[in-house]
Design a protein around this ligand. Structure first.
Ligand SMILES: [Zn+2]
Ligand SMILES: [Zn+2]
Ligand SMILES: [Zn+2]
Length: 269
């Protein structure tokens, strides 16, 4: 059974396959919000490529630009639904998951058309940087830092990881100056809150004591803080490489988004 057959057999109620060809399905699909509400309708086609890979595109003269890295539309106009989304669809479960991603992806496109931004929680770094971002999320999640610290830093340039990063040693394997304040801005709490001093909030409501900055050496989450800094250095370098190679292949910014890295690269180079 080909990827296309799998998708044809599992087509959800919000999509209508109105033409089936040997290597192509033509579909009218409606954007799906997580709440169950629906958005705009899109005329799409799904192509079967070599090695049972699939790619989905919008028909010409639709809602979307032909290519936009920020909107996860590849230079060949195919959609990037999620990391590795062109993989062969080998089971009904994978096919249902593919459709689900498509519905949310279209909803993200609706959002991008209205707000000129991609929704933060659906964001994924480009190229190899995607894998680094996932590692960062996995480190941050147990501490409750994923959304407000990692994602806000990467995609909104906010917070301690979003701006200038602490310097690395020459071989780039560690941070310099262990006796400097924790880059996350952690402060010391008095007894009995000292153990959890990585919380930036006051230890107790109404506490008026001065909470001095923690040294990085003393931060209870030192290893996570250091790993996040190292990974963010790596992620930025990987994304920079990605955009450099796009620029070299003459990919240009479509102008529909506020922050397009292709445009920023043009300015900074
Ligand atoms: Zn664009
Ligand atoms: Zn206190
Ligand atoms: Zn800290």
């Amino acid at each position: 059974m080909s990827s296309l057959d799998q998708l044809n057999d599992t087509c959800p109620a919000w999509a209508n396959i109105f033409e089936v060809q040997r290597r192509k399905l033509r579909v009218l699909a409606v954007a799906q919000q997580p709440s169950g509400l629906t958005g705009r309708s899109y005329f799409l086609f799904i192509n079967l490529r070599r090695d049972n890979l699939v790619a989905v595109f919008e028909e010409p003269d639709g809602h979307l630009p032909l290519c936009c890295v920020e909107r996860h539309i590849n230079p060949d106009a195919s959609f990037c639904l999620h990391y590795n989304s062109t993989e062969p669809v080998q089971s009904a479960a994978m096919a249902r998951e593919w459709w689900r991603s498509l519905g949310f992806y279209l909803n993200n496109q609706d959002y991008a058309s209205r707000r000129r931004k991609w929704p933060m929680l659906a964001q994924l770094s480009h190229g190899d940087a995607a894998i680094t971002q996932i590692q960062m999320e996995e480190l941050a999640e147990p501490l409750g830092w994923k959304e407000e610290e990692v994602l806000a830093a990467i995609f909104r340039k906010r917070g301690w990881l979003g701006g200038r990063l602490p310097r690395l040693s020459k071989d780039k394997s560690s941070l310099v100056n262990l006796r400097s304040p924790c880059p996350r801005g952690c402060t010391r709490k008095h007894h009995p809150f000292r153990k959890s001093s990585c919380e930036r909030l006051n230890c107790a409501e109404g506490c008026r004591r001065l909470h001095k900055p923690t040294l990085r050496a003393d931060c209870p989450n030192r290893s996570v803080v250091e790993s996040l800094v190292l990974l963010e250095h790596q992620r930025r370098a990987q994304e920079h490489e990605f955009f450099k190679s796009l620029k070299n292949s003459q990919v240009i910014c479509c102008g529909t988004m506020d922050n397009c890295s292709l445009r920023q690269e043009e300015i900074s180079n």
